[in-house]
Design a protein around this ligand. Structure first.
Ligand code: ADP
Ligand code: MG
Length: 225
């Protein structure tokens, strides 16, 4: 049997400024390859914190996180870093493109970090850019791209190394909701077509509605929406 792309068991995080209280607790989630799931929740509930915990950017205070069937706490630091770098693609809310790199170089970053074969890179960047409608913009710097183009570059970067899990944190920046959600549907389609599991968090019910499965985040866990 294929292992789950992501499994969360009783994951909890304490409030940074009052650690006697939980920000959230008892988060349970299993995501299979090819699934597109959205978690909706109010601002300040800890959605970004939860994605950062999954991506290893923040520490959890309770529970277990498994990626591709491996409990991340059972690995040493190097193995954990490699697993995450190889298996996760991340689309941040404000895209986090590196300002001094062209769109093409930004998209290529996860590929280079994973030392994947150089000869396939150009082809893959162009194929993704084609699907996202940004082929003509690949040599531009982020500051010369529109918000929508930056979002598309961020999506291509999250998919370039064929990760098992794509995490998307309200990846709408300052875009108007309708334009932003076109690309989010595309992210879901492209990710799941490539066999990845896609997990998006958002405060917007409209954005969550494009996913196959929707959950509501509350302090005490995830609930069907
Ligand atoms: N670095 C930090 N220091 C102190 N409090 C923080 C920090 N980051 C987040 N928080 C608090 O943690 C809570 C959850 O934040 P966040 O995960 O960004 O929520 P969401 O993404 O759901 O809006 C918020 O109440 C926020 O104020
Ligand atoms: Mg957030």
């Amino acid at each position: 049997m294929r292992s789950a792309a992501l499994k969360l068991e009783a994951v909890g995080k304490r409030q940074p400024d009052s650690p006697q209280n939980w920000l959230f607790e008892r988060i349970e989630l299993q995501l299979e390859p090819g699934e597109f799931v959205a978690i909706r929740g109010e601002s300040g509930l800890g959605k970004s914190t939860l994605l950062h915990i999954i991506a290893g950017l923040e520490r959890k205070d309770a529970g277990e996180v498994s990626l591709c069937g491996q409990n991340v706490d059972s690995l040493d630091d190097d193995a954990r870093t490699l697993l995450r770098r190889r298996q996760i693609g991340f689309v941040f809310q404000s895209f986090h493109l590196l300002p001094q790199l062209s769109a093409r170089e930004n998209i290529a970053l996860p590929w280079r970090l994973n030392a994947l074969p150089r000869r396939e890179l150009r082809e893959r960047v162009e194929a993704l850019a084609e699907q996202l409608g940004i082929v003509q913009r690949l040599d531009a710097l982020p500051r010369n791209l529109s918000g929508g183009e930056q979002q598309r570059v961020a999506v291509a970067r999250a998919l370039i190394h064929s990760p098992t899990l794509v995490l998307a944190d309200e990846p709408t920046g300052s875009l108007d909701p309708e334009r932003a959600s076109d690309v989010l549907s595309l992210l879901g389609q492209m990710g799941t077509a490539a066999g990845a599991a896609v997990l998006m968090v958002t405060h917007s019910a409209a954005a969550a509605a494009i996913a196959q499965r929707r959950l509501e985040m509350r302090r005490d866990g995830l609930h069907p929406l």
